[in-house]
Write a protein that binds this ligand. Structure first.
Ligand code: DQA
Length: 152
């Protein structure tokens, strides 16, 4: 459990995740991004963390949010969408962040098309959580809380 309620966790959502609930619900479920972020916020509050959310449709926006989080946010939870699989500039931006980083996916990309099997984010993440649908986000918050508690 985190010891301070002043710790901010940045929750980043990449391209097309703003369409969750409408987009391929057979894969990603029927919850909207707002539903997921509401749940993340509630659980974060329970474990003494505060969240900030950014939903971005481009690599540049995500990178700017990561730069702005440096030295200000305690941890990052990121679902980079398809950028997961090729955006090395996102990898580099995350590598510049000092705190825990948890990569999240609703689906399990390694069971899908071959181009989804590689994550360029995984090598700079503390860990990756994939394939649990909405619970992937729930587990990510608990992972971040555990990692931050170990650091403090
Ligand atoms: C995703 C998996 C990615 O491969 C895909 O491009 C997405 C969503 C997931 O949450 O399962 O947009 O990140």
């Amino acid at each position: 459990m985190a010891k301070s309620n002043s710790q901010i966790v940045l929750v980043l959502s990449g391209p097309n995740l703003n369409l969750l609930g409408q987009r391929q619900p057979e894969i990603y479920g029927t919850d909207s991004l707002a539903d997921h972020m509401r749940r993340v916020g509630e659980i974060a509050k329970e474990v003494g963390l505060q969240i900030e959310t950014v939903s971005a449709q481009s690599t540049a926006e995500l990178i700017s949010a990561i730069h702005a989080a440096r030295g200000r946010c305690a941890a990052i939870i990121i679902n980079p969408g398809a950028l997961t699989h090729f955006a090395w500039s996102l990898h580099d931006a995350l590598a510049s962040f000092a705190g825990p980083i948890v990569e999240v996916h609703l689906s399990n990309p390694t069971t899908r098309e071959p181009w989804r099997h590689e994550s360029v984010v995984a090598p700079v993440a503390s860990g990756s959580i994939a394939g649990f649908g909405a619970d992937s986000y729930v587990f990510a918050v608990h992972a971040v809380a555990t990692l931050l508690a170990k650091k403090s």
